[in-house]
Design a protein around this ligand. Structure first.
Ligand SMILES: Nc1nc2c(ncn2[C@@H]2O[C@H](COP(=O)(O)OP(=O)(O)O)[C@@H](O)[C@H]2O)c(=O)[nH]1
Ligand SMILES: [Mg+2]
Length: 312
């Protein structure tokens, strides 16, 4: 029996192998995705992002347990774009998500960059699909939210939760500016620490100024993740957002947009690979550059020629 059949029958090892193939861009990954695709589209994807140390993993653990209490199965993908080694990430998350690793209804996977950031958002999206096809009801994608690549990762989510903590000082301005547009929900974790209410007021003010505001105003919820305080309310807000985007057709819109981006993404990366194999690896690029330097030709002319050659 092949790995996809096993995965579809609920074999966890097969799911694990499929994600490893995706992560390492093994040749069979494309075939796996092709076979899995018809079985996707049933899971709901919750993105959790925020600065390092905000308590995202602690929160993910509590949220997953609450979903389990509701009888839902959960997949967790912890993406650490700063970590070149998934092994390290796994260790950290295992500690944070202790009780979950024993639960058959939860599947946890960490993904790092393995050297290059390129393609991480695409790989994350494919890992989400693998868990979706596996049959998980809810898939949580946890990622460190500081830059564009992380924002791209969160685009795979249906609902995006931004986690902030009090006492972040000036950093907060920069972080808030970047994540304001992507937050469907704002969670103020570590509300046991001073400054939580001040942070709520600040975010409220920023939301007041947001000219792109639709009729969904992101709720701002205070929680204490390590004590499990505020978690059921948080899930209530996720559900409200889910209902809202479903009723308004926004969920369908988002998924359509995602399918478009994905198609272009795959096309782009295939083209890049083709260009690398034909132009870079063969030494042609070096030859061209030499010619440019001697003013025998120019990049525009060469690219024109190369394009004609490729499209033949
Ligand atoms: N005081 C306090 N500490 C917390 C809370 N939630 C998590 N932490 C701690 O914050 C640290 C970072 O948590 P972690 O979940 O790894 O953060 P992540 O980097 O965002 O995933 C850990 O030491 C947690 O125990 C909270 O609500 N209050
Ligand atoms: Mg974490």
């Amino acid at each position: 029996m092949d790995i996809v059949e096993e995965l579809l029958q609920g074999n966890r090892l097969a799911l694990s192998k499929a994600i490893t193939a995706i992560e390492n861009e093994y040749d069979e990954a494309t075939e796996i995705m092709t076979k899995l695709y018809p079985h996707t589209g049933n899971a709901y994807v919750l993105g959790i992002t925020g600065p390092p140390g905000a308590g995202k993993s602690t929160l993910t653990d509590k949220i997953a347990k609450e979903y389990r209490n509701q009888g839902k199965t959960v997949g967790i993908i912890a993406v650490d774009p700063t970590s070149p080694f998934t092994g390290g990430a796994i260790l950290g998350d295992r500690i944070r998500m202790n009780g979950l690793t024993m639960d058959e209804g939860v599947f946890i996977r960490s993904m790092g960059t393995r050297g290059s950031l390129g393609g991480l958002s695409h790989k994350t999206a494919d890992a989400v699909k693998a868990m979706d096809a596996f049959g998980k009801d809810i898939i949580i994608v946890e990622t460190v939210g500081v830059g564009q690549s992380e924002v791209d990762i969160v685009k795979a989510a249906d609902t995006t939760m931004v986690v902030l903590i009090p006492g972040m000082g000036d950093d907060i301005q920069a972080i808030k500016a970047g994540i304001l547009e992507i937050g469907d929900l704002f969670t103020i974790n570590k509300s046991d620490l001073p400054g939580a209410d001040k942070l709520v007021r600040e975010i409220n003010m920023m939301l007041d100024l947001d000219s792109f505001m639709t009729d969904w105003r992101p709720p701002i919820q205070k929680v204490v993740a390590n004590q499990g305080e505020g978690i059921p309310e948080l899930l209530g807000n996720v559900q409200k957002h889910r209902d809202y985007i479903t009723e308004k057709g926004i969920l369908a819109e988002r998924r359509t947009k995602r399918a478009k981006d994905e198609m272009l993404d795959i096309l782009n990366s295939n083209l890049s690979r083709y260009i690398k194999s034909k132009i870079v690896d063969t030494g042609r690029l070096d030859n061209y550059v030499e010619q440019f330097q001697q003013h025998q030709t120019d990049p525009y002319t060469v690219v024109g020629d190369v394009m004609r050659e490729m499209l033949k």
